[in-house]
Design a protein around this ligand. Structure first.
Ligand SMILES: NC(=O)c1ccc[n+]([C@@H]2O[C@H](COP(=O)([O-])OP(=O)(O)OC[C@H]3O[C@@H](n4cnc5c(N)ncnc54)[C@H](OP(=O)(O)O)[C@@H]3O)[C@@H](O)[C@H]2O)c1
Length: 283
């Protein structure tokens, strides 16, 4: 039987690197789409230290640039090799930076990187995903519980935290609509809890609003490898479409993964339909 073919966004570091490592160790052929080739090469070296015969392939992708997403989609469709597993994991949060950044495509940077870019990438890959009856895992965040949908572009009021939380809630609602609509592929959601040893985490951990950082400092959190487990479970379990996997400990912050109830903020199919329509208008 041929190796499963897997695509993991954000595999150049942090949790995505550990998702890619685990899948490579399982014998998958892993595609690592990266925005920085040097970081991609370092990720390949890191995986090969623990999985010497890993089948890895770097390709170019900047979620903040729809042109690169279209180019990757065209290349992979030309290769005509179905994609069995797809993990939407890449994400940014620019805490401490008060400037509202806009991508070359005219969207607020968190919104495009975390949500719109993944929606467009999914559209590009859809024939390859359907051909493989793919399993798809979508990485959200506890921040999604606080996301607002009324000003996703942050034009009226901007902070990096609002942009991050809104983009993660939008991603989750859109992914659940994808789970409801898409015949032939299976879509589940996940979040890693708090994984303090990644690039994104120190700011995420120390800048939570409302004093939450005080008690969060007492939470040891998951290692990146533990933070990868909910996504791996989301790919592997025969669960109902749109199931949600997260750390099993208190408030989902850490611990071994298990299926958990969906955040209330994500239980809104009408919002999911609106986000699907929004995503269909780009690029
Ligand atoms: N760590 C936590 O505590 C935590 C908590 C909740 C949710 N999450 C979520 O888990 C996911 C992984 O986070 P992490 O903690 O592993 O963060 P990380 O170490 O910062 O990794 C983020 C990954 O996303 C990639 N990325 C960022 N912008 C991109 C772009 N424009 N195009 C393509 N790739 C891009 C990064 O690439 P570069 O190497 O080029 O930067 C990196 O590989 C994110 O979706 C995050 O929101 C993390």
């Amino acid at each position: 039987m041929p190796s499963p073919r897997v695509l993991v966004t954000g595999a150049s570091g942090g949790i995505g690197l550990e998702i890619a490592r685990a899948l490579a160790a399982d014998g998958a052929h892993v595609l690592l789409p990266v925005r920085d080739r040097a970081r991609g090469d370092a990720a390949v070296r890191s995986i090969r230290e623990s999985v010497p015969d890993a089948a890895l392939e770097i390709c170019d992708l900047d979620l903040a640039d729809f042109g690169t997403i279209a180019a990757l989609g065209a290349k992979l469709r030309e290769d005509a090799a179905p994609i069995d597993l797809f993990v939407m994991n890449a994400g940014i949060v620019l805490l401490g930076d008060r400037t509202r950044h806009v991508t070359v495509d005219g969207h607020e940077l968190h919104l495009q990187t975390n949500f719109l870019g993944h929606a467009v990438l999914t559209r590009e890959l859809m024939p390859l995903l359907v051909a493989a009856h793919a399993r798809v895992a979508v990485q959200v965040s506890i921040a999604a519980t606080r996301g607002r949908l009324d000003d996703l572009e942050g034009e009226r009021r901007y902070s990096a935290w609002r942009a991050y939380a809104g983009s993660k809630r939008a991603l989750g609602l859109w992914a659940l609509e994808l789970a409801r609509r898409s015949d032939g592929i299976s879509v589940n959601l996940c979040h890693p809890g708090v994984a303090p040893a990644t690039h994104i985490a120190p700011t995420l951990r120390s800048r939570l609003p409302g004093g939450e950082e005080r008690w969060l400092r007492w939470v040891p959190g998951n290692s990146p490898a533990q933070g990868a487990l909910p996504a791996l479970m989301a790919l592997e379990q025969d669960a109902a479409p749109g199931s949600f996997f997260a750390p099993g400990g208190w408030f989902g912050l850490a611990g071994a993964p298990r299926e958990r109830p969906l955040f209330r903020a994500l239980r809104d199919p009408a919002a999911g339909r609106r986000l699907r329509e929004l995503a269909a208008t780009v690029p």
